[in-house]
Ligand binder design. Sequence first.
Ligand code: AMP
Length: 424
Amino acid sequence: MSFEKLGLIKPLLGAIGELGYKHPTTIQKRAIPLVLAKSDIFATAQTGTGKTAAFALPILQRLRNTEATENRAIRAVILSPTRELSIQIFDDITGFSKHMSLSCAVLVGGKDIATQQRELKKGIDIIIATPGRFLEHVESGLDISHIEIFVLDEADRMLDMGFAKEIRKVHPLLPKRHQTLLFSATYSDKVRKLSKLVLTKPAFIETSKKNSTVDAINQIAYMVDTERKAELLAYLIGSRNYPQVLVFTRTKASADTLVLELKKDGLKCGIIHGDKTQANRLKTLTQFKEGEIKVLVATDIASRGLDIENLPYVINYELPAVAEDYVHRVGRTGRAGRNGEAISLLDIYEKYDVKEIEKLIGMKIEQQTVEGFEPDPTIRRKDQDTFKAKSEHKKAEVKHVRKPAKTPFVKPVSKKKRKTTKRD
Ligand code: AMP
């Protein structure tokens, strides 16, 4: 199957050809004709499957007849959960539309609203925005009465981040006849409920097993004691010559602590979490993409949407608080048909969390130890009675949607000295 067969017009075929896209991915094959036919769609698509082009290409084709005059109406809005993802979609659309005269703007928080309003006056066809900032613009008079296409990208993530209110407020203000495209990596009850509100007779596209992880990703877990995780991580990166790794922690505090530890080992690290400014986050991401930084430590804020070419390794320094986030974290590797490896460093307290993840992804994650880093069996005995309680405590924390614990949850339980035995 070729992109031509999907009915795409020449300017788009030219642009994607220049980007090196040869054949459409599964989601593209299925979504492009439906979007062109003006159908609502509900697509569960994993990250890295090419879903941005799946909605962006047909949207550009549908809007191609817009006259390039000033003050023309906004005809498509794409809402996405994070600033980074919005900017990434904007970059993708800019690339796809390089041979067309359509204009798009990105509206995200952290930027001056008046500057954004001035930009909108130039005549914008497509807006990519985070829900909060989009609602601010709508409430200050942005005309959305000509919108033909409304996209909710990573809808599950938007709901997890508490954006249901904004979406519910914006939706009734859209013109009655518009097309809605809903993309979600997971298939939660919350997403299903939202889909009932925003979609009309949608076509369903399921490109993968519910909540499954990308097949190309090799998933493995190394059992290790809590207080030796940083040491094991540095050891894996060094001894196995990992060119670049994206490392996830559960909290901002443990991300900060980990970066300090890794720097002691001489590793060039960057950090992305909610306390960093937008400018700082983008700068770090660019440095990582350009290879100036070897290790990028991030909290789950970075786990969705980030598209980093050729990222072969994702490491879960701590398992995520919500099992679904595991799918999104590991989806940062193995993108667009490449192989990837997702490594989880598991301590005894994460024993129950890993079971939940396995239940969600429908497969077992192989557990191994690295020579010289085997967990201390005495710790296992000492904490037998308490680790289940701690795991329960973790889940209770999660109910307060993603508010990280003030102190790192797992305290070191032993002062065991570093081993010097030969390692693999
Ligand atoms: P996405 O799931 O939209 O974030 O896309 C993941 C990656 O796949 C991005 O780097 C895209 O540029 C790339 N990509 C999307 N569609 C194709 C395609 N048909 N052929 C090759 N690469 C693609």
